[in-house]
Design a protein around this ligand. Structure first.
Ligand code: ZN
Length: 142
């Protein structure tokens, strides 16, 4: 159920895998596992993050800080996770067949999808900006 989070993380530059995998496989993966499933988290044998709050901005904030990501320095294809290549927006417009009205455009070298800074991208940027401003109040004694 965290597919949207994987897609968002890819857009801000994180190499994020997502798919329908059996819990036994997820419990053993050497990758960092991000889950809301307490039972899977309990069975987990590797690094994991258990998301308990419903606050999605807090999720983004915590993951950006924990992963040491500089959001949007790179960007990945939300569909297939390949690193995107910046292209001239005139080329993007030619390939999608309509104006994109964006200062930056990208193409996926793997699946061929074309992206630009549209309303969806601006919505993600707004949440990420909010997440970066969100204070993380860790007591000094921890
Ligand atoms: Zn792709």
């Amino acid at each position: 159920m965290l597919g949207w989070l994987a897609r968002w993380l890819r857009i801000i530059g994180v190499d994020a895998r997502y798919g329908d995998r059996p819990d036994d496989e997820l419990a053993e993966t050497p990758c960092l596992l991000v889950t809301r499933d307490r039972e899977l988290f309990r069975r987990r044998r590797g690094p994991a993050v258990l998301l308990l709050t419903e606050d999605h901005v807090a999720w983004i904030s915590a993951l950006i800080r924990a992963l040491g990501v500089e959001p949007f320095r790179r960007t990945r294809c939300p569909k297939c996770n390949a690193e995107l290549v910046e292209i001239p927006c005139a080329e993007a417009e030619r390939r999608v067949g309509h104006p994109v009205r964006s200062p930056r455009c990208w193409a996926c070298p793997n699946c061929g999808s074309i992206y630009w800074e549209g309303s969806h991208w601006r919505g993600i940027k707004k949440v990420v900006d909010e997440a970066l401003r969100k204070p993380v109040d860790c007591p000094e004694t921890y």
